[in-house]
Design a protein around this ligand. Structure first.
Ligand SMILES: NC(=O)c1ccc[n+]([C@@H]2O[C@H](COP(=O)([O-])OP(=O)(O)OC[C@H]3O[C@@H](n4cnc5c(N)ncnc54)[C@H](O)[C@@H]3O)[C@@H](O)[C@H]2O)c1
Length: 316
């Protein structure tokens, strides 16, 4: 298959690309190598991809309408996996406009570019954050998504609704995947699992916001990648939404305990106030993805953390 992966140089996008290339697909990566974190990490993520003749790189920004339309017209993909976005939750509170530009206008440009083409499948990467301050857990796809706790979350809700209206008006086949706290090697440096492992391995103090009782449904990037591949093959409905999580929320303090066990290093913890934009729990109901896509997370948290500790220690 010919597939465009936007954000393909990032954490999740590079893992998905590994798998797509292994399965002999042709991949075009669109990425602007933004400086949210060290671009050397992104260059390393795609190092092996660049050696593969089935891989092409189009360096550029999804907010550049002409670039997007030309790139899509030249490559003529059968599917687009759209991951490129401004990602972190907390910074979005003070820079909402930038988040909207990248995540909403960027998504709009992609949909505009394919609206008159026949049957280019569009996979939109959404997030558990769309469930916002919902108190009913686990989160189900049919739950309300009307109370996002951050501008980041609202850009994902806006992206989802754009996908629906373009599907409705132009018959674009769409699958929306709502991802829950993805972790694994190459994880972004701003995310808790990596941040904690790095600081603990360096013997530095870690900050825990709140009492450590917030829970996240940590999901390994290999399982997420598998979910994307299943979504690519899914044809039963031309618009659908799936949670991709692990369905086993873990308290922050217990995550730190696992890192301690695996690394053999006792963490020094500093407790700080609960952070604005955070939600108390993410917890995916994955029965729909299990039943319809055959999605089944397999990587145990301890195994995934152990692999990450080795990866981090190799970089220190
Ligand atoms: N990591 C998680 O736990 C998680 C959870 C839920 C949803 N998501 C979503 O998954 C997607 C990938 O996240 P990630 O963790 O791999 O982040 P990442 O930052 O590692 O990857 C995103 C990539 O997109 C690129 N990018 C950003 N803005 C762009 C633009 N305007 N034009 C072109 N490229 C651009 C970046 O350079 C980067 O390589 C994002 O849409 C994110 O919102 C991630």
């Amino acid at each position: 298959m010919k597939i465009i992966v936007t954000g393909g140089a990032g954490f999740i996008g590079s893992h998905i690309t590994d798998r797509l290339l292994k399965e002999k697909n042709q991949v075009l990566c669109i990425d602007n190598f933004d400086n949210f974190y060290d671009i050397k990490e992104k260059q390393k993520n795609i190092e092996s991809h660049l050696k593969n003749r089935d891989y092409k790189l189009a360096e550029g920004d999804i907010t550049d309408k002409n670039f997007i339309s030309k790139t899509i017209n030249d490559f003529l993909p059968e599917a687009i996996i759209h991951l490129a976005a401004k990602t972190a939750v907390r910074p979005s509170i003070n820079t909402a406009e930038l988040y909207y530009h990248s995540n909403v206008t960027g998504t709009l440009n992609l949909l505009e570019a394919i609206k008159d083409k026949k049957n280019i499948k569009f996979i939109f990467t959404s997030s558990s954050s769309v469930y916002g301050l919902n108190t009913k857990v686990p989160f189900e796809e049919k739950d309300s998504i009307l109370n996002p706790a951050s501008p980041y979350a609202s850009t994902k809700i806006a992206g989802e609704s754009l996908c629906f209206s373009y599907h409705y008006n132009y018959k674009i086949p769409v699958v929306i995947l709502r991802l829950f706290s993805v972790y694994g090697t190459r994880q972004r440096p701003d995310l808790a699992v990596r941040k904690f492992i790095e600081r603990i391995c360096r013997g530095e103090e870690i900050s825990v916001f709140g009492d450590g009782g917030t829970s996240r449904d940590y999901t390994h990037v290999y399982d997420i990648t598998d979910g994307f591949c299943r979504a690519l093959d899914y044809t039963k409905k031309s618009f659908d939404i799936f949670n991709l999580g692990n369905s086993e929320p873990v308290k922050l303090i217990d995550l730190i305990g696992i890192i301690q066990k695996v690394s053999g290093i006792k963490p020094r913890i500093r407790y700080e106030n609960f952070q604005q934009g955070d939600v108390p729990i993410t917890y995916a109901d994955i029965s729909k993805a299990r039943k319809i896509l055959g999605y089944k997370p397999t990587v145990e948290l301890k195994t995934g953390i152990s692999e990450m500790v080795d990866w981090v220690q190799g970089k220190l």
